[in-house]
Design a protein around this ligand. Structure first.
Ligand code: SF4
Length: 192
């Protein structure tokens, strides 16, 4: 199997809550965020064999407790996530996923197979602005949110975190209200 590879951060102490992790970035994204913080890996191809990537990851995973898969948008490569998650969960590692929430069915399948321990979901904006400002379908994001919420109710140890990258103070306030009305908390990430 091939990975459209974006990069590796060998050791991080902030990407997985309270655990050290290695972060794998998968290339390619289906959104068009004007402030994109990983622009260089949202397009193009750098296809590598998954075995070569596992070989590189294995050297780092000895020293950390979790693998975090980020992007780009990692759910565009669901088989890659699944294969890595199966492999590293067997080795006792936790698996984290950073997503824009655009592929609820992929998230659902991963959760149903108990392959993900932590999800960080970006809430980019208020629902009405999703299409025009980010090129995304808000209904998919809402569906992902509902799936995560349902899963959390039955899986106490599962962690999910909502994050809003702040690009406009007015939107920040509106997002906070929207998410509170849905019964969730949200964290804010200041864009540099
Ligand atoms: S979802 Fe993330 S990777 Fe994709 S364009 Fe937006 S900020 Fe960039």
């Amino acid at each position: 199997m091939l990975i459209n590879f974006g990069g590796i951060e060998p050791i991080s102490f902030i990407e997985y809550p309270k655990l050290s992790s290695t972060v794998l970035f998968l290339r390619g994204c289906n959104f068009n965020c004007k402030y994109c913080y990983n622009k260089e890996i949202t397009t193009g191809h750098d296809c590598r064999s998954i075995l070569d990537i596992i070989h590189v990851l294995d050297n780092m995973m000895e020293y950390v407790s979790a693998l975090v898969i980020s992007g780009g948008e990692p759910t565009l490569q669901p088989k890659v996530i699944k294969e890595l998650a199966v492999y590293y969960k067997e080795k006792g590692k936790k698996i984290g996923l950073y997503t824009n929430g655009s592929n609820p069915n992929v998230i659902k399948q991963l959760l149903n197979n108990n392959l993900i321990d932590f999800v960080s979901l970006d809430i980019k904006t208020i629902w009405i602005n999703y299409k025009s400002d980010f090129g995304g379908d808000w209904q998919c994001i809402k569906k992902t949110l509902d799936i995560l919420n349902e899963y959390k109710k039955e899986n106490n140890d599962f962690i999910f975190r909502l994050v809003h990258p702040v690009y406009d103070e007015n939107i920040k306030e509106a997002v906070e209200i929207m998410i509170k009305l849905l019964g969730f908390e949200i964290e804010f990430k200041q864009l540099i």
